[in-house]
Design a protein around this ligand. Structure first.
Ligand code: FAD
Ligand code: MLT
Ligand code: ZN
Length: 483
């Protein structure tokens, strides 16, 4: 007994000593430990997960992150990296032990360099995504990562979740937009892979291991991002569809006829439009009548002398003649374009007042989207009669947010209690198409225990091997991603 007591006292002293060193490393601006200041870092966007942090550390630069990790690794203090805290799977919140430290990257917010000839921007992890897009646009460039949370999510979080969003069908996921990366490893060493090269075949592409790793293998502190030419002609339309199959047929035509100029193709069922109109002030239905399904399509190109508009009009006319679309509205001003996107970007928010929702962020091959929607809907309606399916999302890349709102006469708790069973039923259908149970939001805590059911056993084993090699003391976001 005495021995164990001594060991406990020793650990506690070591921890207090480490905390004092961390506090003086970052100074008063970088240290939060009062309940009121900790609170926003201890919970996440959906209110599903909350924990208790020992402190929040807000280092000002990469060297401070490196020194902090060295101290934490030596004292076995767990670190939870956090950027904009908009993640949807609970990956950025501490556990309930009160011993974990949230490492916020929000003070690493500098744009280090902009190279217009190389078409790259070098940014620190805490830069807000919308600020990166804005800086690119000011110089006639495009940074195409775009999602509804772009005003508050930060690039470190985007890269750590390998975020998707609305332009994936043309530019790929976040990992496709990165040329170089700076990462602080668990023991405080800094991996400097900050090249802006499009060609580099000198062995393993180590940066890819940290992209989408959700803070379990290292802390991303900076990146070199790929830029693209700004698009001068943009046509945005909102079309009514008889069913999802018509939408997928239209997508095929749109890609072929525009020569690859489809920038976004978002599908939604009517229920989401009803929720947005009911709960988001200032939104209006773009079409006179209600229809079962819709697609919001954006085409974009360089300077074609105004030809893009004619192409889109011809495409829609023919699609209407062939019965693929029932009605359409084309934005004729930037204001109208923004109004159409507001409908789409408000969908997450508009589901909240409707009560508990069970999310499925799934992907299947684009060709299988209509079949999945029919089978998924039948499965959840049979399981819980009265549920309100809210299917929408990035159908152009095969990613559907198959969110299910509770029946009107069920309490939130009762509905949350069937979450695992409903997930299992929907994900079993997804697996039949060799689809993914997390297309873009990540695994975090939300899907951690389900992962082994769907991930190849060898892949999981290799993931564990990587974790043990990069973080032998398991101080980096323990309990997240890996079961
Ligand atoms: P956080 O929430 O702070 O962190 C996310 C994860 O990354 C956590 O596990 C955290 O520990 C880890 N992490 C954070 N920073 C670092 C770092 N520097 N180094 C290592 N690990 C780190 N996501 C999409 O993919 N597509 C969408 O279309 C989309 N739409 C959304 C719409 C809304 C309204 C909301 C609220 C969210 C949406 N999301 C979407 C989810 C979320 O915005 C993304 O996952 C985003 O990339 C998270 O960035 P963040 O800065 O908020 O990260
Ligand atoms: C979106 O695309 O709007 C989000 O990823 C969807 C969600 O909140 O489920
Ligand atoms: Zn999405």
């Amino acid at each position: 007994m005495r021995c164990r007591y001594r060991a406990w006292r020793y650990d506690r002293r070591a921890m207090e000593d480490a905390l004092n060193r961390l506090r003086s490393l970052v100074g008063p601006k970088g240290w939060l430990d009062s309940p009121a200041t900790l609170a926003p870092y201890e919970k996440e966007e959906r209110g599903l997960f909350h924990g208790k942090a020992r402190a929040v550390l807000r280092p000002a630069n990469t060297s401070e992150v490196a020194e902090a990790l060295k101290i934490c690794n030596a004292a076995n203090i767990a670190i939870v990296p956090q950027s904009g805290n908009t993640g949807l799977v609970g990956g950025g919140v501490p556990d309930n032990s009160g011993t974990q430290i949230v490492l916020s990257l929000d003070r690493l917010d500098r744009i280090r360099a902009f190279d217009p000839v190389n078409d790259t921007m070098t940014v620190e992890a805490g830069v807000i995504l919308a600020d990166i897009q804005k800086r690119a646009a000011e110089s006639g460039r495009l940074f195409p990562l775009s999602l509804a949370a772009e005003g508050s999510c930060r690039i470190g979080g985007n890269l750590s979740t390998n975020a998707g969003g609305i332009n994936v069908l043309r530019y790929g996921m976040a990992r496709d937009l990165v040329l170089g990366l700076e990462v602080v490893l668990a023991d405080g060493r800094v991996l400097d892979a900050m090249t802006g090269l499009r060609k580099d075949n000198t062995g393993y592409d180590l940066k890819q291991i940290f992209l989408g790793a959700e803070g379990t293998l290292g802390v991303i502190t900076a990146a070199v991002l790929k830029l693209f030419p700004a698009l001068r002609e943009v046509e945005t339309c909102f079309v009514a569809l008889p069913d999802p199959q018509a939408g997928i047929d239209l997508l095929g035509r749109a890609k072929a006829e525009s020569g690859g100029n489809v920038q976004a193709f978002e599908l939604t069922q009517r229920r989401l439009i009803d929720f947005v109109l009911a709960h988001i002030p200032g939104t209006v239905d773009p079409l006179a009548e209600k229809h079962p399904w819709y697609a919001l399509i954006e085409f974009a190109a360089g300077d074609l002398g105004g030809a893009l508009k004619g192409m889109v009009e011809r495409l829609l006319e023919r699609a209407m003649e062939d019965g693929l679309i029932l009605d359409a509205a084309i934005a004729s001003s930037e204001q109208q374009r923004k109004a159409l996107w507001k409908l789409r970007e408000s969908m997450t928010e508009a589901q909240k007042p409707e009560g508990a929702s069970i999310k499925h962020d799934i992907s299947v091959p684009v060709s299988a989207v209509p079949d999945f929607l029919a089978r998924g809907t039948a499965a959840v309606e049979a399981f819980v009669p009265g549920v309100r399916v809210c299917a929408f999302g990035h159908a152009g890349d095969g990613n559907i947010h198959f969110n299910v709102s509770r029946p009107l006469d069920w309490a939130d708790d009762r509905f949350q209690a069937v979450r695992h069973e409903m997930n299992a039923r929907v994900h079993a259908i997804v697996a039949e198409y060799r689809g993914s149970i997390s297309a873009e939001h990540g695994i975090g805590i939300l899907k951690r225990d389900e992962l082994p059911l769907y991930k190849d056993a060898t892949a999981l084993e290799l993931m564990r091997t990587l974790k043990a090699a990069f973080d032998p003391n398991n101080i980096l976001n323990p309990g997240k991603l890996l079961p």
